[in-house]
Design a protein around this ligand. Structure first.
Ligand SMILES: Cc1ncc(COP(=O)(O)O)c(C=O)c1O
Length: 387
C-alpha cells in the first residue's frame, strides 16, 4: 500500500488541517485527520454512486446496518443488534445530545484529563459542571486514578465521558481498567458515555476492548463511534451510537426526534458501509504504517533531544509530547513551532495542568513525518538556545 508512504496532496483543497493554519506554509501535524487517501474501495463506491446523478433523501438500508454489525463482530468481538444502532452526524453531537437529555444545568460531568478539548467545551457550554479525574503518569504511560474517580463519584457525578482509546495520551484501556470503571459507574449510578472513535487505530501488541463487550443490557451506557478517524472520512459527518439498554435507547431516540437533527447524508451512509464492508485490510496496513512513523519520531527525538518525554503510543495517531523542560507555555510553543514551519496542537487545551505539552499527529506519509521530525528537532534546539 504505497500511498501511506507517498501521502496525498491536500493543500489548497479547503481542508482545515492544511488551509486553516495560521502559517499557511507550515506542515500540519495538528487536526485529527490523515494525509493519505481513504481506502480505494470507498473512493470507487463514491464515484459509482455519483454517476447515478441523483442525491435525494436516502434510506438507511440494511446493508449499512449489516456492515456496522459485522465490523463490531470481527474487529472487537462484540455482538450488537440492528436496533441498538442510531446514526448521527457526529460523535461530539451525540455526546451533546446525551448531556442535554440525561443531565441538568449544574450537574457534574466527569472527564479524564488531559483529554480531547471538545469534551471540555461540550460540558461547559452546556452549563454543566466539569469534574476532572486526572490521569496519572507512570513511566511514560498514563493510568487511571481509581481512588480519585471513586471520590469524585461519591460527590455526585451524573455522567462520565470516557475516551477509549484515549486522545491525546494514546492509551488503549485494558479490559480490567474498563471493568473497574463499569463497577464504579454501577455503584454510583453514573451514566457512562464511551467515545470509541479511535477504536480501530491500534498499534501492534495492543487489543482494543469495546465497552459493549463488558456491559449488561441494564447498564447505563452509550457507546459513540464513527469510521471517520480510521478511514479519514470526518468531512462526511457520519457517526453512530450503540445503546443496549432499551430504556435509554428509547429516551435517546425520542430526544433526537425532538431535536430535528439532520440524518446522515447519502455519502456518509455509503462511506461508512463500504469502509466497514471492504476496508479491513486497509486499516491493518495503516496501523503498521503509523507504528513505523511513531517509532521513527520516538527514536529521533530520543537521540537528538532526550529531554522530550514521549508518551507510549498504544492507539490513535496522536503523540503526546512533554516539552516542559523548555519552561514555556503551550501557546508559546505552538506559536514558535508555527514560525518554524510546523503546526501542532496546544497541550493546555486538553487540560489546564498541561502547560508545556503539545500533541503531534503522525497520520501522514513517511516523508512528511520525517520532514516534520527534522523541523521539530531543529526548532526545539533553537528554543533551548534562546530560553
Ligand atoms: C475522542 C474524539 N471524539 C470525537 C472526535 C470528533 O468526532 P466528530 O467529528 O464525529 O464529532 C474526535 C476528533 O478528533 C476525537 O478525537
Amino acid at each position: 500500500m504505497n500511498y501511506f508512504w507517498e501521502g496525498h496532496k491536500r493543500k489548497n483543497t479547503g481542508t482545515v488541517k492544511w488551509d486553516g493554519q495560521k502559517n499557511p506554509n507550515a506542515l500540519p501535524f495538528w487536526v485529527a485527520d490523515s494525509d493519505y487517501e481513504t481506502a480505494p474501495e470507498v473512493v470507487k463506491a463514491f464515484i459509482d454512486r455519483s454517476e447515478q446523478g441523483h442525491f435525494g433523501y436516502q434510506l438507511t438500508q440494511d446493508d449499512y446496518y449489516r456492515a456496522v454489525i459485522s465490523w463490531h463482530q470481527k474487529r472487537y468481538g462484540t455482538e450488537i443488534q440492528k436496533n441498538w444502532i442510531i446514526p448521527l452526524p457526529g460523535v461530539v453531537t451525540s455526546i451533546k445530545q446525551a448531556i442535554d437529555l440525561w443531565t441538568a444545568p449544574g450537574d457534574k460531568v466527569l472527564i479524564q484529563t488531559p483529554v480531547y478539548f471538545q469534551f471540555h467545551r461540550v460540558i461547559t457550554l452546556s452549563k454543566r459542571t466539569l469534574v476532572e479525574n486526572k490521569l496519572r503518569l507512570n513511566n511514560n504511560r498514563y493510568e487511571m486514578d481509581f481512588a480519585d474517580l471513586e471520590e469524585k463519584f461519591k460527590e455526585g457525578v451524573k455522567m462520565m465521558i470516557l475516551c477509549s482509546p484515549h486522545n491525546p495520551v494514546g492509551r488503549v484501556w485494558h479490559q480490567e481498567e474498563l471493568e473497574q470503571v463499569l463497577v464504579l459507574c454501577r455503584k454510583y449510578g453514573v451514566i457512562l458515555i464511551s467515545d470509541e472513535i479511535h477504536g480501530d487505530l491500534i498499534m501492534p501488541k495492543y487489543r482494543f476492548v469495546s465497552v459493549n463487550s463488558l456491559t449488561e443490557e441494564d447498564d447505563l451506557v452509550m457507546v459513540s463511534t464513527a469510521p471517520s478517524k480510521t478511514f479519514n472520512l470526518a468531512g462526511l459527518k457520519s457517526a453512530y451510537v450503540i445503546i443496549k439498554n432499551s430504556r435509554l435507547r428509547e429516551e435517546y431516540q425520542n430526544h433526537l426526534n425532538a431535536a430535528f437533527l439532520p440524518g446522515i447524508n447519502v455519502f456518509g451512509l455509503l462511506g461508512t458501509q463500504i469502509a466497514y464492508a471492504k476496508g479491513e485490510k486497509w486499516v491493518i496496513a495503516q496501523n503498521k504504517h503509523l507504528w513505523t512513523n511513531y517509532n521513527y519520531l520516538r527514536k529521533k527525538l530520543n537521540k537528538e533531544v532526550p529531554e522530550v518525554k514521549i508518551a507510549d503510543l498504544e492507539g490513535t495517531y496522536l503523540v503526546w509530547l512533554d516539552l516542559t523542560y523548555l519552561n514555556r507555555t503551550s501557546a508559546d510553543l505552538v506559536s514558535f513551532l508555527s514560525q518554524e514551519g510546523l503546526t501542532v496542537n496546544d497541550g493546555s487545551t486538553f487540560g489546564r495542568d498541561f502547560q508545556g505539552f503539545i500533541r503531534f499527529n503522525i497520520a501522514c506519509s513517511f516523508s512528511q513525518l520525517a520532514k516534520g521530525t527534522e523541523l521539530l528537532i531543529a526548532a526545539l534546539k533553537k528554543m533551548e538556545k534562546n530560553p
